[in-house]
Write a protein that binds this ligand. Sequence first.
Ligand code: CAA
Length: 268
Amino acid sequence: MGSGIAQVAAASGAEVILHDREQKFVDRGLSVIGKNLDRAVEKGRLSQEQRGHIVGRIRPSTTLANFDVDIAIEAATEHLETKLELFRRLDDETPPEAILASNTSSISITILGAATSRAERVIGMHFMNPVPVMKLVEIIRGIATSQPTYDFTKTLAEKLDKTPVEVRDFPGFVSNRVLMPMINEAIYALYESVGSVESIDTVMKLGMNHPMGPLQLADFIGLDTCLAIMEVLHDGFADTKYRPCPLLKQYVAAGWLGKKSGRGFYQY
Ligand code: CAA
């Protein structure tokens, strides 16, 4: 998702630093951006010149030292310790007035804020996948997030041609509190042999007009991410209605993580 965020930010005219731990991950992000932009050129929505300007505004980086930005948007793995470490580092390396935003799909913004010395400038900026296509950005206010931080982030989302929606910092926010139990329930329906993968997805696609069935969508999001989000809901609300399906746990244990690993509920 980081490359998608970098792409829409650069397309809006912003100067972007695309950071990852290793060059190969940065290269992968740049390659995805290049392919997306090529498709837009082929379809006549972008000129070669505009494509060049967008790419020219993205500076690749593998170091966070002296990270001179107005806002950093973190999009690391959905793993609390990883994000805490990154937020502490960003707190040390970015200018004190910079906003630190997280694209987390379920981790508490209040907890991330508390790991820094600037909780009032920490906020959730939750994009949807694929970022260049999906209009929503869920903006999550931690308990300490200030009004100027919220206003800046909302305006930025609009500049990126997205529709911001404000939500409060509760497990799963709104998007995944509603979406993930539906996906988990679809996995239970498979686990209990109520229907096959294809029949469950077809019911939801043709019956509810969803663009993708829930099992295909789970593969697309990543089954490890789905499990991490269900665990945040389960722990956060201490309610058994959010218990992750054992089949989801088994797939993740097997390394069947969906599209990114070549196998999930479907083969890729
Ligand atoms: N990156 C960039 N553009 C993409 C893309 C990608 N990965 N995938 C598709 N597109 C573009 C295509 O180029 C195409 O553009 P044009 O219309 O301009 O030609 C457009 O999207 C439609 O693509 P397709 O015709 O190939 O396929 P589609 O009609 O099936 O649409 C889809 C693809 C937009 C992904 C659609 O299937 C969809 O909306 N799926 C559901 C997506 C969804 O629910 N996302 C949220 C996931 S949850 C999340 O992200 C947050 C979380 O916390 C877990």
